[in-house]
Design a protein around this ligand. Structure first.
Ligand code: NAP
Length: 292
C-alpha cells in the first residue's frame, strides 16, 4: 500500500457483498508496501443489482485490477470481454484486469487450492479425491483435482437438485473428468478409499467451531494415509482437521489457498513476482496464528 495516497496512486480492489470481512486488503496492501509501489487495494461493496453499473464505473475511473468474490463470481461473466479457458471450465472468475477497453477474467482459486498439494511428494495418478460440498469453492477443487490427475473425484452434496445441476455443469469440461456425485448418506462408504478429503462446506467456521462435517462414526473411516484439507482458514485447525490429525492424517488448512490465489492475481496485475511470504505473514498476524 502506498504510504501517501496521491493523484497518481493506482487502484486495485475486491468487490463482493458483503465485503467488510474480506482479508484480501490486508495481504495485498502488505505486499504493495513491501514492494514500494504506489498502489492501494480497497474493498468495494457492490450489491447484485448494481453489478453492471459498478463494472462500467470501475473501468471509467481507471481501476487497474479487481478481485471478485461472493456473490459475483459467476454473475460477472456476461460483463467481460474475455474469460480464460480455465475460468470458463470452472464456471467462475475471481480476478479481472482491464485491457483494450474491456474487462478480462480468470480464476486463481484453482492455483491457490493446488499450491499446498503440489508441494507434497505424492503421486495422485488413479487416487480418489472426496469433496464435501458442491458450492462455488468446490468448483475450483474439482478443476484442481482433475489437473492433478486424480483417477476419481467424488463430490458429496445435501441438495439432490443442486447436486445434479453441479454434475451437469461440467459437461463441457475439456479432457477427462472422472466426476461422480453422491448424497451425504454415502459418506461412510466413500471415506476409507479416499486419498484426499476436502471440506468445502462452511461446517466448522465461527461461530460453530465445534462442528465437523464428519460424525464420530464416519471419522472411523478416515485412515492415517488420508490427506485432510479444509478450505476454512479460521479457526485453524478446524474441528475436522483436529480430528483428522488425531487419526494420524496429514492436514492442510485454507490459509495457503487464500494466500496463493491472491499472489497469483497480484502477479498478474503487476507483471512481476510478489512477496508471498509477506502476504502470508500479514494474514497470520491478522488472524493471530502463531508461526511455527
Ligand atoms: P457456497 O458456494 O455457499 O458453498 C457451500 C457448500 O456447502 C454448498 O454445497 C452447501 O450446500 C454446503 N453446505 C453448507 N452448509 C452445510 C451443512 N450444514 N451441511 C452440508 N452441506 C452444507 O460457499 P463457498 O464459496 O463454496 O465457500 C465454502 C467454504 O470454503 C467457506 O467456508 C469459505 O470460507 C471457504 N473458502 C475458502 C477459500 C480459501 O481461499 N481458503 C476460498 C473459497 C472458499 P447447499 O448448496 O445445499 O446449501
Amino acid at each position: 500500500m502506498s504510504q501517501t495516497i496521491t493523484g497518481k496512486t493506482r487502484l486495485l480492489g475486491v468487490m463482493g457483498h458483503p465485503i467488510a470481512h474480506s482479508l484480501s486488503p490486508v495481504m495485498h496492501n502488505a505486499a504493495l508496501q513491501q514492494m514500494g509501489l504506489d498502489y492501494v487495494y480497497v474493498p468495494l461493496p457492490v450489491k447484485p443489482e448494481d453489478l453492471g453499473t459498478a463494472i462500467a464505473g470501475f473501468a471509467a475511473i481507471g481501476l487497474h485490477g479487481l478481485n471478485v468474490t461472493i456473490p459475483h463470481k459467476q454473475a460477472v461473466v456476461p460483463y467481460l470481454a474475455s474469460v480464460t479457458d480455465l475460468a470458463r471450465a470452472v464456471g467462475a472468475v475471481n480476478t479481472l484486469w482491464y485491457a483494450d477497453q474491456g474487462w478480462h477474467g480468470t480464476n486463481t482459486d484453482v492455483a491457490g487450492f493446488l499450491a499446498p498439494l503440489q508441494g507434497m511428494a505424492r503421486s495422485w495418478d488413479g487416487a480418489i479425491a472426496l469433496v464435501l460440498g458442491n458450492g462455488g469453492a468446490a468448483r475450483a477443487v474439482v478443476a484442481g483435482c482433475a489437473q492433478l490427475g486424480f483417477g476419481e473425484i467424488w463430490v458429496i452434496g445435501r441438495n439432490p437438485d443442486k447436486l445434479t445441476a453441479f454434475h451437469q455443469s461440467w459437461a463441457e469440461f475439456p479432457g477427462k473428468l472422472p466426476l461422480q456425485v453422491f448424497s451425504w448418506e454415502k459418506l461412510s462408504h466413500l471415506l476409507p478409499p479416499a486419498t484426499l478429503v476436502v471440506n468445502t462446506t462452511p461446517i466448522g467456521m465461527a461461530p460453530h467451531i465445534d462442528q465437523s462435517p464428519l460424525s464420530p462414526n464416519e471419522l472411523e473411516g478416515l485412515s492415517s494415509a488420508t490427506i485432510a484439507y479444509d478450505l476454512i482458514y479460521t479457526p485453524s485447525p478446524t474441528q475436522f482437521l483436529h480430528q483428522a490429525k488425531a487419526r494420524g492424517a496429514e492436514t492442510i488448512d485454507g490459509l495457503e489457498m487464500l494466500v496463493q490465489q491472491g499472489a497469483v492475481a497480484l502477479e498478474l496485475w503487476l507483471g512481476q513476482p510478489v512477496p508471498v511470504d509477506t502476504m502470508r505473514q500479514s494474514l497470520r498476524q491478522r488472524l493471530m496464528i502463531k508461526t511455527e
